[in-house]
Design a protein around this ligand. Sequence first.
Ligand code: BES
Ligand code: ZN
Length: 636
Amino acid sequence: MRRIIPAISLLLASTACTTTGVAVAPETREPTMIAPILTTPDALDASTYAKPQEARVTHVALDLALDFGAKRVGGTAALDILAAPNASEVILDALGLEILRVTDGKGRELGWRMGASEGEKGAPLTIDLVDAAGARTDHVEIQYRAGADAEALQWLRPEQTAGKVHPYLFSQGQAILNRSWIPTQDSPGIRQTWEARITAPKPLDVVMSGIIQGEPEDLGDGRRAFRFVMDKPVAPYLIAIAAGDIDFAPVGSRTGVWAEPATLARARAEVGDTEEMVEAAEALYGPYRWGRYDMIVLPPAFPYGGMENPVMTFLTPTFIAGDRSNNGLVAHELAHSWSGNLVTNAVWGDSWLNEGVTSYFENRIVEAVYGSKRAKQEVALDYMAILETLDEVGRDAPGTALHQPDGTESAGSAIIYNKGAAFLRTLEKETGRERFDAWLRQWFDKHAFQPATSDMIYADLKANLAGSDAEAERLKLKEWIYYPGLPDNVATPDPAAFATVDAASAAYAKDGIRPAGWETWTSAERQRFLKNLPRKLDAAELAQLDDRLGLSASGNNEELFLWLELAMANRYQPAVPQVEKFLGHVGRTKFVRPLFQALWNQGDWGRPIAKRIYAETRETYHSVTQGAVDRLMAKE
Ligand code: BES
Ligand code: ZN
């Protein structure tokens, strides 16, 4: 009699394998490292069609050509599947993919069906694991093309690059965009190893979020092939690609930066502390487990400040200020090598596990590398943002809880990032740095290369940090993770952090005295002053401020942005051309959306300006930024 093994124990049984230090040859078919999947109800990802308990992807092998003329990617995706004995099909996520043919890799056709598409979730792509003759396979090969408007991908015209000569391509997978160019199970709890062969026209170089294998192969037809391997199981949103006229400059022995030739020197100078940051991070929470840590500074259309793609952080060029003052960004993306990439939120409603833990970790790196004054100032700015959000949406709004159950939407990044970090900072203060650091380190070690949920961290904190129910109560663990608002044991920022600036702000509010020490202030201090300014200012006042503080000439985009936002909120006509110029080349959602919002809020004055600018700039933005601006303009 055949013993029936439940799918679950089958999947978990096969995970008894090492997760680090094993080099996987690209041609290896056997999945050697499979991280377990979680099956508790809180780990069910509503944004995937996959049924990983029945059949799950363990390895993805891509063989793709980049077609800059058609702005399309196409080729094959070969997937290794781990299936329960009775599973007859595997379900993948697909968004706008054009499927041409599916085989078992030995020439036998496999049946497949594309289901109905549901908005950004896309459609289920179901593939039969049993062929017409009844033979089973654990390997499927999909010939396909990504859609011409694949949401993850942005194809830049040469004018959108610094060099202005060659086109450029980059991808942004988080959260659920990678299904627009890779047919796989696009869920953060379903980790996969991967490899890729990518061909691109000369002289473009290709980088990915995996380790490059040797020199590119010249194909003799004006194209070259690049090979990459990621031998550690990663969440599929972390597969990323960029291609363009780019060069590399080393920073340290395992760190370096890619950028367009015209940007490379400035980029290299700005990220000069990266090796030191990696060392600081390792000293805090254990070894960096990914081998190299490289970065790429993309063209300004990139929709985020940074994206933690493994071994290849993607960065906006707008963080370059010339004085490393925005390098918290690099610390942040680096910290994700532990919180996010090593231990990953199983569902997007727990993204505080990625972003909140990372924001805390980021600040510890900043403290180690740049000192506690700067670290404390950044904490104080973050704290102010939490209070602003709570004031705006109310302290009992469900969106202000860290854990967002299915169907609720977070009140924004001040909650997921800043409240998340404030939680850990509170625990640090209450339990002592040494104990807290030991706890966080064991959390990373214990869950390395695995998904995690709020329930898991709650249980772990109770058992391994609090140690008793009474202590868990005292720390208000449950309240912090599951309830809206801000628990009253929150560690508040050092009131001295901005003493100088806040005195200057008060003097300005009272007597209109513009600050004297501006030139010597840190960027955080300047940002604090700009945020403290009265929200209503007249044109004469704005002109004087600009004249005195040189705001519109700022080389720091965070400061420039705060100035432009304030100017638009006050209908300050002289700043409109600069806003137009800024929005004409910067695609970073964090800047673009609020600038359009500030204009939009100004009804008869601002809306025509916003519409006129957006008509010109929309096509220069990534789908993420387009979506954000489309939504705000759809509101009355
Ligand atoms: N992983 C995020 C970017 C992201 C978040 C993309 C959610 C898609 C969905 C990245 O690490 C990040 O947080 N970037 C910030 C950096 C900042 C907090 C230092 C950004 O882009 O502004
Ligand atoms: Zn982040």
